[in-house]
Design a protein around this ligand. Sequence first.
Ligand SMILES: Nc1nc2c(c(=O)[nH]1)N[C@H]1C(S)=C(S)[C@@H](COP(=O)(O)O)O[C@H]1N2
Ligand SMILES: [Mo]
Length: 318
Amino acid sequence: MTVYKYPKPLPSEITPKETFLNRRSFMKAAGIASATALSGGLAINSSHAMTPSLEFSKSKYSITDEPNPIEDIKSYNNFYEFGTGKGDPAANAGSLTTKPWNIKIDGLTNKPGEIDIEDLMSKFDMEERIYRLRCVEAWSMVIPWVGIPLRDVINAYEPQGSAKYVSFETLVRPEEMSGQRGLGGLDWPYVEGLRMDEAMHPLTILAVGIYGEPMPNQNGAPVRLVVPWKYGFKSIKSIVRMSFTENEPPTTWNKLAPNEYGFYSNVNPTVDHPRWSQKAERIVGSGIFAKKRETEMFNGYADEVASLYEGMDLAKFY
Ligand SMILES: Nc1nc2c(c(=O)[nH]1)N[C@H]1C(S)=C(S)[C@@H](COP(=O)(O)O)O[C@H]1N2
Ligand SMILES: [Mo]
């Protein structure tokens, strides 16, 4: 297994073994999981000395596009729990306490339980997945996630045969989430859901980091969903609960405007949003003469996922 930190290290950046051992004991003391044996990987000198890096392998599911710089990824966000402006999450999400953090897993399962984020990160193998995130608002960026295939976690919790969907819930903590205070806005908690076969698809991940570092708060620390062939709002952040259900679970944006945001919400350039076109997308960070690219069916993943929707009319809004 190749273990590396993003971007690829220069040989001069490889940490001497002693420093590596110290870093590992720091990681241990901090309760940071390290799934790989000492002999297994390179130790890379981090530019953020006290930020423990994650260990992960590369994945065949990554796209080859150049990822956006970390500054774009951390400064242009949607996370309504911290406000509705694109800069609000970066300004306000620092107040979120992400340790300790537990995810409850319940519903139609033989093994309901609760898993601590550190256990999640040490029990399951992590992979880098470079995906394009395509927001329903017609912008996109390329993000190098580090995550765990959701199917590995689902298999460990043994859903019953009657479970047809998985629902997800974000934290409710108005003391720390400024967007949850006061009147108006969305209904909290933010909720999302997938059909079981979508949740089990190898492209679907629980992301715990970006650029090899733990997930920034504004991007959904400490753990969020990433479903790359669906509009960004399906990729729910800061998850505290997953449930297996028999019926299609309610989802936040669909509850608010069912004619604008469907349960499926697969990226589809042939079905316009009632208020704007979905044929093209603005590339975030490409300047005032913002570059555009044509939006691809299933965000470029048609070969991998189209079979999930056989029999559904793709020219229709779902
Ligand atoms: N809990 C929660 N999850 C959320 C959102 C949100 O407001 N709250 N916004 C969604 C939307 S619309 C998008 S485009 C992505 C943005 O992810 P990013 O900020 O990491 O790029 O997160 C999604 N997940
Ligand atoms: Mo979005």
